[in-house]
Each structure stands twice: as structure tokens, then as C-alpha cells.
Design a protein around this ligand. Structure first.
Ligand code: ZN
Ligand code: ZN
Length: 373
């Protein structure tokens, strides 16, 4: 069971200055942070409502009475200093509006603000200012993980590995997909995860041809492949892993299914081998895609190769053919090629890896080869 006290500390307090450092490029002198995940990143606050104004010399945070104690405790624990206003909607607006008064150009998170909110900000909150659409300022900073963040992701990945090892023997003929999913989720919680990082996928036999199949009442059968895609959360940080395993003796699988697994595993290894600081994410995608195309299944690899993992299960950088992202030390990304054959089944193999000075380190370590239960 994970002991949070043993994980490296998060350096939350240092992050606001990193946001301020991009103010000039963004053409702003204050930023309204409305995406809760970004508020968490900058303050340590984990509540379900709140708003943060980052200015060049301070931070102003507001939330409602439910979070009065929690926000004070979490910001103190994170070593973050902010002016805090607790109140109802009118009071929150008055506090942030007043704090923003001397700033002429106020950035909004364009990807996290609704049309209605933007109108309210323009009319009621910041009528004196020019509002500037910003895109992914905090998300861009979140790409590079510090030691404490990597420690949490690694812990979440280790829980996933341990949970799979514990429940894997139950994946035999007759168990329902949803019962196996529940066992996996339960084990991750028992081992210290706060929850799942996304809806667990257990897709047996032909269901495996749907990359995001939901666990059903279908009973898995010997001689089938089962796609298991799952992850958990430790102190806010996600893990993500896919394994495609045989039910019963892998020798009972059709030659076609064994071939698909072999090709996807080779694709997965080729993708990881392309991961290093300075590599284009698009090149990692191509390394995976080339192996599958050579086997004749280019059209059956219907999704992108991977994504960043952190406070969100899907975040920058993006590992796909059209990505403009370049990998850097401290990025945490997945490599998850797959082949999906309608009516037959599917194979996906996914690791979460951290980019290091030397190349990369794999954080998800469950066996990738076809092994029997
Ligand atoms: Zn996954
Ligand atoms: Zn993934």
C-alpha cells in the first residue's frame, strides 16, 4: 500500500513564477486560471470549485464556503501564498475584479472558458480590461514533471502492475468482463489508489476490435485475447497501461491472433525505441505505424500512438502523426499502438514512460508477451 509520506515532495510554490515568465510572450499581465486542474497545479487546491488570478506579483484565489478550511490547509501544505476570498458568487467576483483592476490585459484560458463565462468576465468581472485568449499556458508548463510528480505517476503505475498480477489468475473462461474490471479496480483501491484514472477497459474476443469498448456481461472464453486498459490515481497523478492477454493457453489462440499480437508488440517496442529528449513526437508515432503498415494492417491502427500523462490522463505532449511536439526530459508519455479487426478482436500494448537524459524509463512493467493465466 502506497504511503504518500514516502513520495518526493511536490514543488508547487515554484510554479507561479514559471507562469509569469510566459506572460510577455502571451501578451498579458495577469492570467485568470479557471481550469481546476491548473488551479491544483499552481496552488495544491483540489476542490471542485474555485478561481485563481495570477498577477506579476501575487496570486488571488476565491472559492465558496465549502472549501474554506480545505483551501487554507492545502495551500499552506504546498507552501503557496495567495490572497484568499471565501464567499458566494457576488463576493468572489468582487474580490477577483478588485485584484485585477490595475491590469490592462487579462488572459483567459480559451480552452477552459465557456462562451457564457467569457461574456460575464468581459461585462461584469473585468469591464476595464482587454481580455486575451490564451491557449495551454499552464498545460505547457505541466508537460515537464518534477521528481515529486514522477514519483506519484510511478507509484500509480506500480499499483496497476501489482493489481494486474494479483487478479490475473481470475481471468479464465466464464468470468464476465465487468466482474474482472471490478476486481482490477478494487485491487488498485486496496493498494492505495484514490480511484481509477479513466473507465477500465476489459474487451474480450471480438469486443477487442473496439478500442474503447466498455466492460460488458460477456463471459471471456479460452482461446481468446482480452484487451485490458486501465489506470489509477495517486495524489492526483494518473497511470495508464494496456496489456492484451490470452485466456488459457496462448497456444490455443489462432495463428492470426498470435501474429497480430507479435506485430503490435514489435510496433510498441519500435515506438519506445524512438523515445528520447529532442525526438519529435510525430516520429515516435511513425515508428509505431511503420511496423504495423509493413504487416499490412495500416488501416487497422485507428488511433494515435500516445499522449502525455500527469494530473490528467490525456494531456500534452501529444504522440500522433500531426503533432508538433518535441519530447524533453521529464515528459511522461504513453506508447500504445493497436490493431483492431472487426469481428475478430484487437490488440493494444501500452506503456507509460518518462523521458530521461539517457532516453526513457518504462514505468509500467507488467509482462507484455503472451503468457497464460
Ligand atoms: Zn490506456
Ligand atoms: Zn493511453
Amino acid at each position: 500500500v502506497i504511503d504518500l509520506a514516502l513520495l518526493a515532495p511536490l514543488d508547487v510554490a515554484a510554479r507561479a513564477d514559471r507562469v509569469r515568465a510566459v506572460f510577455d510572450d502571451a501578451g498579458i499581465d495577469a492570467l485568470v486560471v479557471s481550469r481546476l486542474v491548473n488551479i491544483r497545479y499552481l496552488t495544491g487546491f483540489t476542490g471542485s470549485a474555485g478561481l485563481l488570478l495570477v498577477t506579476r506579483d501575487g496570486m488571488h484565489f476565491t472559492t465558496d464556503g465549502r472549501y474554506q478550511d480545505q483551501s487554507a490547509e492545502q495551500m499552506a501544505a504546498a507552501g503557496v501564498t495567495a490572497d484568499v476570498a471565501i464567499g458566494m458568487a457576488d463576493g468572489q467576483r468582487a474580490a477577483i475584479s478588485a485584484a485585477a483592476r490595475q491590469h490592462a490585459r487579462i488572459g483567459l484560458e480559451a480552452h477552459g472558458v465557456t462562451w457564457a463565462q467569457q461574456r460575464a468576465y468581459a461585462t461584469d468581472w473585468f469591464p476595464h480590461a482587454e481580455l486575451v485568449a490564451t491557449n495551454g499556458l499552464v498545460e505547457d508548463l505541466r508537460r515537464v514533471k518534477d521528481a515529486g510528480e514522477i514519483d506519484r505517476i510511478r507509484a500509480a503505475c506500480s499499483i496497476g502492475d501489482a493489481a494486474l498480477a494479483a487478479v490475473r489468475p481470475a481471468l479464465g473462461t466464464g468470468i464476465e468482463e465487468r466482474d474482472f474490471a471490478l476486481a482490477l479496480e478494487n485491487e488498485m483501491r486496496r493498494l492505495g489508489a484514490s480511484g481509477t484514472s479513466f473507465e477500465t477497459i476489459v474487451a474480450s474476443g471480438p469486443n477487442g476490435a473496439k478500442p474503447h469498448a466498455r466492460p460488458s456481461h460477456r463471459q471471456v472464453q479460452g482461446g481468446e485475447l482480452v484487451v485490458l486498459d486501465f489506470g489509477c490515481v495517486v495524489d492526483g497523478y494518473c497511470s495508464d497501461m494496456t496489456r492484451t492477454v490470452a485466456v488459457g493457453d496462448p497456444g490455443d489462440l489462432s495463428a492470426d491472433l498470435r501474429r497480430v499480437h507479435e506485430v503490435v508488440l514489435a510496433s510498441h517496442e519500435a515506438g519506445k525505441a524512438a523515445v528520447r529528449a529532442g525526438a519529435l513526437a510525430a516520429d515516435v508515432d511513425r515508428a509505431c505505424r511503420d511496423v504495423i503498415a509493413d504487416a499490412g494492417w495500416a488501416d487497422a491502427f485507428v488511433h494515435s500512438t500516445g499522449h502525455g500523462v500527469g494530473l490528467e490522463i490525456h494531456e500534452a505532449p501529444w504522440v500522433r502523426s500531426q503533432s508538433g511536439d518535441t519530447l524533453a526530459v521529464g515528459h511522461v508519455v504513453t506508447v500504445e499502438p493497436g490493431v483492431y479487426l472487426t469481428g475478430v478482436g484487437g490488440v493494444r500494448i501500452e506503456d507509460t514512460v518518462v523521458v530521461t537524459e539517457e532516453g526513457y524509463r518504462t514505468l509500467t512493467e507488467s509482462p507484455r508477451e503472451l503468457v497464460s493465466a
